[in-house]
Design a protein around this ligand. Structure first.
Ligand code: FAD
Length: 433
């Protein structure tokens, strides 16, 4: 028997469990351990609440979770309740699939003013992540600045711009919907250091901005390169840039503007005791496509700033960490004998949900090469003994299914579900023990 502990129940964790199952069948026992009482990582707490079809990928993970040789062990934080050293004595392999939950810091003066939030916190707030339920972002407008030119920036801008009716069918949590319903933001500026050809925004997400009820995207035609230059782009990027060209040509007036401010880098955030404005420097690209400041500066009035500039893996005691890259130090997923990393904890915060799948297969191959069967390690029985000795309140997959049902039951009209946002309420929604 091979005993595998996977730390983190997001896409990378479940794809790895699936790959181990495929490779070893009945000869493997997998425990997927998560610090939250609920599974699926960013599928639940990152993917936008109005993108329900994407969240449905978790059904595939559920099929894996409900097999006999895989189990979910929720409400257990590795590095706090149980150490990596302890896990390595209990399991043949420990696979870190802990993602990259911390915002990359915005390193400019004023970044610590009230009203500046990172996207992990803001997205976690509207998605019901227990760490961020108390965020209370400043939404009194009139402007909001979103820093970054990727899909997360688009998610944030769209969520700020939607009407309440446009959230029907989503699973946005009620504290966020209540706050967003009352907000006074009429201009969302998306700042990007580089230009339209350098965006990391995909056509589907970009296209959605063109169909919002009360908001319209604005692009300055002067920022667009000559149309002939689009031919050198890959097809996806060409589609995205074509959408930006449509936005530049579309002058429809709506109450909320979503302004794409290209070639613009934030220099400082200013205000008396809270965010009031962002000082921005105009940039130009050099021959290698790098942005350089031109010295020309201007001000954007803004009551809030959301920085969407990337994420970092949280270190775990005893695990080598690559500080520069913001993830665990690893060689193709191998960290140390018996210790591996997958997903964002291995590669950093890039790619889509599906990009995490090959990581699982790679690790299954490593395990076949590196490990011997029947090492005699205690596996799940050993973990259970340790957790019971430490009086840790574990949540199982069956418990999660009850929590899930309870969330759906208290759904508001028009919304498929309503999420619990605090650990206490989540634990309270389990069947009595
Ligand atoms: C805002 C946002 C929106 C996105 N939208 C899309 C989208 O629409 N489509 C798409 O394809 N991709 C999207 N992505 C990307 C996608 O979510 C990621 O590719 C994927 O979730 C990464 O998977 P992961 O398993 O590595 O990490 P995660 O999904 O972050 O899972 C990590 C898990 O580890 C757990 N954990 C962390 N530390 C510990 C610990 N010490 N002990 C125990 N457990 C721990 C966490 O609780 C979490 O459950 C989005 C990402 C973000 C940030």
């Amino acid at each position: 028997m091979l005993h595998v502990a996977i730390i983190g129940s997001g896409p990378a964790g479940y794809y790895t469990a699936e790959a181990c199952q495929k490779a070893s069948g009945d000869a493997v026992r997998v425990d997927i351990i998560d610090r939250l009482p609920v599974p699926f990582g960013l599928i639940r707490s990152g993917v936008a609440p109005d993108h329900q079809s994407i969240k449905h990928v978790s059904r595939r993970y559920e099929a894996v979770a409900l097999t006999d040789n895989v189990r979910f062990v929720g409400n257990v934080t590795i590095g706090e309740h149980v150490s990596i050293e302890e896990l390595l004595t209990l399991y043949d392999a420990v696979v870190l699939a802990t993602g990259a939950p911390a915002d990359r810091p915005l390193d400019i003066p004023g970044a610590d003013l009230p009203g500046v939030v990172g996207s992990a916190a803001f997205v976690g707030w509207y998605n019901g992540h227990p760490d961020h339920e108390a965020l209370a972002p400043v939404l009194d407008g009139p402007g909001a600045v979103v820093i970054g030119n990727g899909n997360v920036a688009l998610d944030v801008a769209r969520i700020l711009a939607k009407t309440e009716a446009e959230f029907a069918g989503s699973d946005i949590v009620s504290h966020a919907l209540d706050a967003l319903r009352r907000h006074a933001i009429n201009r969302v500026t998306i700042l990007g250091r580089r230009g339209p050809h350098q965006i990391a925004m995909t056509p589907k997400e970009l296209g959605e901005l063109g169909h919002l009820e009360r908001a319209a995207p604005r692009v300055d035609a002067a920022d667009l390169p000559p149309i002939e230059a689009d031919a050198a782009l890959d097809p996806g990027q060409r589609k995205s840039v074509a959408l930006l060209r449509d936005f530049a040509a579309n002058a429809s007036a709506k109450p909320v503007d979503i302004v794409f401010d290209f070639f613009a880098r934030p220099l400082a955030i200013e205000g008396e005791g809270r965010v009031e404005r962002v000082v921005v420097e105009r940039t130009a690209l050099d021959g290698d496509g790098r942005a350089h400041g031109t010295g020309e500066t201007y001000m954007i009035l803004s009551g809030m700033v959301v920085s969407c500039i990337g994420y970092r893996t949280s270190p775990i005691p005893g695990v080598p960490y690559d500080k520069r890259a913001g993830r665990f130090a690893n060689d193709e997923g191998r960290i140390a004998p018996g210790l591996y990393a997958v997903g964002w904890a291995r590669r950093g915060p890039t790619g889509t949900i599906g990009t995490n799948r090959p990581d699982g297969f790679m690790i299954a191959e490593h395990l076949a090469e590196d490990l011997v069967q029947d090492s005699g390690k205690a596996g799940r029985a050993g973990l259970d003994a340790l957790l019971s000795e430490r009086d840790i309140d574990v949540v199982t997959f069956r418990d999660w299914q009850s929590i899930d049902r309870a969330e759906i039951d208290r759904a508001r009209t028009g919304s498929p579900r309503e999420k619990f946002t605090s650990i206490d309420t989540l634990l309270g929604a389990r069947p009595a023990r």
